[in-house]
Design a protein around this ligand. Structure first.
Ligand code: MG
Ligand code: MG
Ligand code: MG
Length: 320
């Protein structure tokens, strides 16, 4: 890797926004530099990524004709611009031995500090790409069609097609403007296409499906496991439910669990089918006010394990 460039990089465990925004911000910095931009960079900006892109990001890059950026895992002696984070814990190693010249983000401000003033733009919106869109307008630089596609994809990904509680009116407004530039007519359809890439479960075993995002909890001294998969349509998993339930039983026996719960979250219908196998089936009714029908229960409006499933289950287990 050369030292004569500015690496534009997003956070660890890269998502679509952190990769696409790195590509787009690198382009913006280069165009801006030609016009004598606000930050006097004499180096070319180059996008980078910390690790492997996920299947959703790969789809988006391919669709709009971009290569996966080069991997950056050690920041020592390098010049960096950051997108989609400002936490040291999400940075490449030796971030303290790097020079950070710009940050564009949409999160809470992290713990990175700089010795000099830098370009730092953070909006409380749903996506870094939304912030970048406003930077294009401010600088007067035109957004190339393919880059508009990357930015739209990022917004749809981060906001879960505008359903996440983090979505703002600005995200929706910007997404519509980007869709026009990118020539995408049906934003929702395109969003479903993007999000469905992470819903892909073909080739995964039942155990893989359950454990891809699975956490153990101690609930009133009982060991409880809760997994979650987010799908654009529960039909995607319909034919696999028997197999999944059998595997949950097996995991319960093997791991000595008081209960295994598996959230099949439908991001379009905004609810969760909660599958449960537990020694205390009454916890479901205590927690959610609905009885378990054989092996599962539909919970309307429930999408978050952390906020909507763990706390009520915890309370319920304290009562049994
Ligand atoms: Mg992100
Ligand atoms: Mg983001
Ligand atoms: Mg995200």
């Amino acid at each position: 890797m050369t030292q004569h460039v500015v690496y534009v990089v997003g956070h660890m465990n890269p998502d679509t926004d952190s990769v696409c925004s790195a590509i787009v911000f690198a382009y913006l910095l280069n165009e801006w530099r030609k016009r004598g931009g606000l930050i006097k960079l004499d180096k070319e900006a180059v996008p980078a990524i910390q690790g492997e892109p996920n299947p959703e990001t790969k789809f988006v890059l391919e669709k709009f004709g971009f290569d996966v950026p080069e991997v950056l895992d050690d920041a020592e002696g390098k010049t960096l611009a950051l997108v989609d984070f400002s936490e040291k814990s999400q940075a490449p190693k030796n971030i303290d031995k790097a020079e950070v010249v710009a940050i564009v983000d949409h999160h809470k401000i992290g713990d990175l500090t700089t010795p000099n003033p830098i370009l730092f733009v953070n909006f409380p919106v749903g996506c870094t790409a939304t912030v970048l869109k406003r930077l294009f307008e401010w600088t007067g630089i035109e957004i190339p069609k393919e880059m508009a596609g990357l930015m739209l994809s990022s917004i749809l990904s981060d906001t879960v097609i505008f359903k996440s509680a983090t979505t703002t009116d600005l995200d929706k407004e910007v997404a519509e403007e980007l869709a026009k530039i990118a020539g995408i007519e049906d934003i929702t359809n395109f969003g479903v296409e993007v999000k469905s890439k992470l819903s892909a479960i073909e080739g995964l075993s039942a155990r893989d499906i359950i454990t891809r995002d699975f956490k153990d909890f101690d609930m009133a001294g009982k060991k409880v496991g809760i997994g979650q998969i987010e799908l654009v349509d529960l039909k995607l998993v319909e034919g696999r439910k028997d197999e999944i339930y059998d595997e949950m039983k097996r995991m319960k026996e093997e791991g000595g669990y008081a209960g295994i719960f598996f959230m099949l979250t439908d991001i379009m219908k905004e609810g969760t089918e909660l599958m449960a196998i537990t020694d205390y089936p009454q916890v479901v009714e205590i927690a959610f006010g609905k009885k378990l029908e054989e092996r599962s229960v539909w919970l309307d409006g429930v999408m978050s394990r952390k906020k909507q499933v763990v706390p009520p289950l915890q309370k319920a287990f304290e009562q049994v």
